[in-house]
Every structure is written in C-alpha cells, then in structure tokens.
Design a protein around this ligand. Structure first.
Ligand code: KIV
Length: 262
C-alpha cells in the first residue's frame, strides 16, 4: 500500500488494513520487507523511545526527526506522522508550518487527535492537499482531561457523541480514523456509518484495520499487558538473553575468535 487511495479500496473490498507504529531507521528497514500496509510515526515515541510518562512530551522536533529516520529506511509504504501535543492549537500559521515540517521530513499524511475544536484545522490541512487521519476514543494527548487510559464511549450518550464526531471528521476530509479503546460494537457502528475506513487499537474486530505499537506487539514491555494487546514474540527476554550471551562470550574470551579477527 503506498497511497491513501488504497485505504479506501481496502475498505470497499472489506480487506483488513494492517498498520504498525515505527520510530526509527532499523525497524523501518525490517517493516519495509513485510506485507504490513502502512506505518504510523506515532507520538507514542515519547513514551516508548524517550521514556516519558505520556505523549504530551512529544514535540515537533522529536516527531520530525523520527519521521525522517523512518523515511530513510522505508520507501514503499504510506507513512503517517503524528501531529504532537498542541501543534494544531496554535493558530493556522503554526499549524501549517508544523504540517510542512512533517511532510518535508518524509510523511505522506498527518494524524490529528480529536474532533471538537479541531474541525477547521483538519479541513484546512486536507484542503491544502495533505491527507489527514483522525483519532477518536481514547485520545492520549488529552490524558489529563480523560483521567486515565480508560475505554471510551461506554454510555449511550458518549457513544452517540463519538459517532457524531466520526461523521464530522469524515465531512472535514479525513481519509481514515483511528478508534482507540472503544467497545467493539460501537466501533462496528462507526465503521458502518462511515464511508472512510476505521483503524482500531483496542476497538475490537469490526474496524476496517488494526494498528499496534511495534514494541508492544514484539513483547518489549513486560509490564504493559492491556486486554487488547497480543504479543507476537517475547522480544524483551530474547534481547536480554542475546546481550547476556555477548557478555558471557566477552568475559570468557570466546569472542572474538580467530575468524573474527584481522
Ligand atoms: O501514537 C501512537 O502510537 C498512536 C497509536 C496508538 C494509534 O496514536
């Protein structure tokens, strides 16, 4: 997949879309050789790669540098760059400067969290020729307002509000919407109401596609075990064991051997 048109084609053909986060050059090179459809340089980079407690610590320079590193490793997939905390709340001029920086760094599209108060900005970016991905449900940049990483849209009022927001994002020109931590049946209703595809994380099986954080699905964080996460390898222990093996080999003088020497 290398354009947003494929996102729509996949939904039309009911073909699930696979998206993975990626923040760096070496994993971008591996992903470029897989059949994964698209890559999100998410602001989760601030937590996963920089050790912050939330995504509010991601800023434009951080996002720009990670988008550029990913783009240098991957040329065959759609790259979506996350607009960091408040970057789209500082007026149209600042917004367009930020979008320009992410696109010039190598993103093909940007993701903007939320709907309320964002619609004018999203419409302006989309009308400027930059594809915009929306993000509803648990919007991590609002974590201090939401009061924690909780499932959203659980009451009928909240569910209706989310459906309304999703429609307004589609009307504003989004090419797809991430649905994070929402009940599966609500994600199903939103997906059916919209023409554009939905990409779920903790949103059940009825969305048009799925996104996971690369390091989470590789099992790199032993403490992070939310219900929605499936780990596809035990990366933490595998890497730890390789490092200990290297250390043993150095300390026992087994590495380097004659074949590894000049
Ligand atoms: O920043 C991110 O990784 C995200 C995904 C969880 C959708 O926004």
């Amino acid at each position: 997949m290398n354009s947003i048109l494929d996102f729509q084609n996949y939904k039309n053909k009911k073909k699930p879309i696979s998206v993975i986060t990626c923040y760096d050059h070496w994993s971008a090179r591996i992903i470029s050789e897989t059949s994964i459809d698209a890559v999100l340089v998410g602001d989760s980079v601030s937590m996963v790669m920089h050790g912050f407690d939330s995504t509010v610590n991601a800023d434009l320079q951080m996002m720009q540098s990670h988008v550029a590193a990913v783009r240098r490793g991957l040329n065959n997939k759609l790259i979506i760059g996350d607009m960091p905390f408040l970057a789209h709340r500082r007026g149209m001029r600042e917004l367009m400067k930020s979008v320009d920086m992410l696109i010039k760094a190598g993103a093909h599209a940007v993701k903007i969290e939320g709907a309320n108060g964002q619609l004018k900005a999203i419409k302006h970016v989309a009308e400027s020729g930059v594809p915009v991905m929306g993000h509803l449900g648990l919007t991590p940049q609002s974590i201090n307002q939401l009061g924690g990483y909780k499932v959203q849209g659980k009451t009928s009022d909240k569910a209706e509000a989310l459906i309304k927001d999703a429609k307004s994002l589609e009307d504003a020109g989004c090419f797809a919407i991430v649905l994070e931590l929402v009940p599966a049946e609500l994600a199903k209703s939103i997906t059916e109401e919209l023409t554009i595809p939905t990409i779920g994380i903790g949103a059940g099986k009825y969305t048009s596609g799925q996104v996971l954080v690369l390091q989470d699905m590789l099992g790199m964080n032993k403490e992070f075990k939310p219900k929605f996460l499936r780990t596809f390898m035990d990366g933490y222990d595998l890497i730890k064991s390789a490092l200990n093996s290297y250390d043993d080999n150095v300390k026992s003088s087994a590495f380097p051997n004659d074949k590894e020497s000049f």
